[in-house]
Ligand binder design. Structure first.
Ligand SMILES: *[C@@H]1O[C@H](CO)[C@@H](O)[C@H](O)[C@H]1NC(C)=O
Ligand SMILES: *[C@@H]1O[C@H](CO)[C@@H](O)[C@H](O)[C@H]1NC(C)=O
Length: 318
């Protein structure tokens, strides 16, 4: 290998490792409680944090349980939103929690970045509003731009604090010096979009814009790959690479495949057996569902029901 191409692949490798680890803090979701993060020492031992996040952890011990909760909320919401899709947001017990699916610049990665930074902003805001956090809004090292667009730092209202904390904590890796790769730009954009649009994110997933980096003056920007598309807004999700089809199991990438997934025989959409099973066909089984039925209200005060059994057809992908 020539020194030049060697240098180039080294640089590519550095960027790859760099963005591969950018969402590793989501591993916090796997902890049962960060309530045990009562000492600065614990921050050093947390898996998945980069050094700057460890420092933020030490300075903001009381906020860390909200970060953990935010990561959990994000994963729960992702699994709910994607329950009927080929990739169902399943997590692994290793790093990165979503496998290679989100280390590439795909639509799925865009969604995960957006929802997780929204999750942290939400969980921190909620903890502030409920009075759980003592120094809420008063960490002067946390600063950013509020949803209303004003520069914010120091003590302020709870939403601004939640958003700013998420910006500082979640974006820290991409904001570090030298993080000007296309992936860093993509991640930052989607993090910010998540904090802006919240629950409308799933729609944004379907309408995400495929972008490519372009030099604009002395810096780089992401522009739509298809020039006919209108430029994306701050609230749209953007992605750089097409997604795999997620049909077959590929444990090296953390893709489980769709074998055994429940599908809808009559639907023509992605939850339908045809698309979800990738044309492999499906099994049909009759399963008995137990339900409460003929419920009666008794004076006073309870409800008595019978158990009814109903046979339903269950279709699962081959
Ligand atoms: C996702 O799909 C896999 C099979 O592909 C299944 O084992 C898993 O339970 C599903 N996860 C969720 C959260 O639905
Ligand atoms: C299956 O899909 C059909 C057509 O889209 C829909 O009407 C029906 O409610 C779906 N069934 C379930 C169990 O989701």
């Amino acid at each position: 290998m020539s020194p030049r191409s060697c240098l180039r692949s080294l640089r590519l490798l550095v960027f790859a490792v760099f963005s591969a680890a950018a969402s590793n803090w989501l591993y916090l979701a796997k902890l049962s409680s960060v309530g045990s993060i009562s000492e600065e020492e614990t921050c050093e031992k947390l898996k998945g944090l980069i050094q700057r996040q460890v420092q933020m952890c030490k300075r903001n011990l009381e906020v860390m349980d909200s970060v953990r909760r935010g990561a959990q909320l994000a994963i729960e919401e992702c699994q709910y939103q994607f329950r009927n899709r080929r990739w169902n947001c399943s997590t692994l017990d290793s790093l990165p929690v979503f496998g290679k699916v989100v280390t590439q610049g795909t639509r799925e990665a865009a969604f995960v970045y957006a929802i997780s930074s929204a999750g942290v902003a939400f969980a921190v805001t909620r903890a502030c509003s409920s009075g759980e956090l003592e120094k809420c809004g008063c960490d002067r090292t946390v600063h950013g731009v509020s949803p209303q667009g004003f520069q914010w730092s120091g003590c302020s209202d709870n939403i601004a604090y939640g958003v700013a904390f998420s910006q500082s904590f979640v974006d820290v890796r991409e904001r570090s010096k030298g993080a000007s790769s296309s992936r860093a730009l993509m991640n930052l954009h989607n993090n910010e979009a998540g904090r802006k649009v919240g629950h409308a994110l799933k729609e944004k997933f379907d309408g995400a814009t495929e972008v490519e980096p372009r030099r604009v003056g002395s810096s780089r920007a992401l522009v739509p790959r298809n020039a006919q598309f209108k430029p994306h807004t701050d609230e749209d999700l953007v992605y750089l690479e097409p997604s795999p089809d997620f049909c077959e199991q590929d444990m090296r990438s953390g893709v489980l495949g769709t074998r055994g997934r429940t599908c809808n025989k009559t639907s023509k959409a992605i939850d339908g057996c045809e698309l979800l099973c990738c044309g492999r066909g499906f099994h049909t089984a009759l399963v008995e569902l137990a339900e409460r039925c003929s419920c009666k209200f008794h004076w006073c005060c309870f409800v008595k029901c019978r158990q009814c059994h109903r046979l339903v057809e269950l279709h699962t992908c081959r």
